[in-house]
Design a protein around this ligand. Sequence first.
Ligand code: DGY
Length: 320
Amino acid sequence: MPARPNVFVTRKIPESGLLLLKKETDVTLNPNDRALKRNEFLEYIKGRDGILTQLNDKMDAQVMEAAGKQLKVISNYAVGFDNIDVKEATKRGIVVTNTPGVLTEGTADFAWALLMSAARRVVEADALVRQGKFVGWDPLLLLGGNIYGKTLGIIGFGRIGQAVARRAYGFNMKILAYHPSRVIEAPGIAAKFVSLSELLKESDFITLHTPLTPETRHLIGEKELKSMKPTAYLINTARGPVIDEAALAKALKEKWIAGAGLDVYEKEPEVHPELLKLPNVVLAPHISSASFETRSDISLLAAKNLLAVLRGEPSLHRVN
Ligand code: DGY
């Protein structure tokens, strides 16, 4: 690698990774506490040997061209890499890396946080108390759905889907699994693999853990929502476009399903305006991996991936 490679980090990340990068490279950090605008981005990336990107940085041919021929690595600070045109990067000899593994447990925790909040109406309850509307115990106040003993349908049974399944044992749940793209090993996990239509029909809770690919875009639309139980809840901590958001808003409004918990959106950071009006959906701002420990681990792994490529070593997690 050049004596001191030139690296750009598109957004401030936890210190762990930055400290590592600074030992071996000249690091430029986006000085703003916001994502760069496209024109700023195209300027900042010029002449870099490596770029550490966020999931909302669109890394397409124009960006790669603007960066220049010396660009060797795009290290994504995320496990999902649908923001990167991997084919284009491969064509240009740019290595793309991601951060699988380190955010599995944190994301699974958060899928459960959404599931429980949606089923037991935690957000509505909090609002009611703050508004001074808690006037005494009420036998019919904020009734929700039980979780214990119910059926959990997991769409996408990779690392995170399986981590969500393991947490379900404590709730004595029956687990149904559907994995869209291939047969998957899940040793030691008592899940029944079923078709998507069976999972939709039978589950009380459905949680999404697929990457966003052309096959999974709008995997859950009007037809799928209509086939769910009216008492069921849908949880999404994967990627927004896996659900047709307009169809979901309709489903929640017209009570085709009981509720939902969302951490991701179809046109992030925009949220479908109808969803914002509905009480039966819990909305979070893409924070499923946002624990101190997880974000620090992602930072370290993204830095390690980037340095390995610049050193000419096999990177830990190449996607191309
Ligand atoms: C990822 O890593 O893809 C997650 O969406 C970040 O929370």
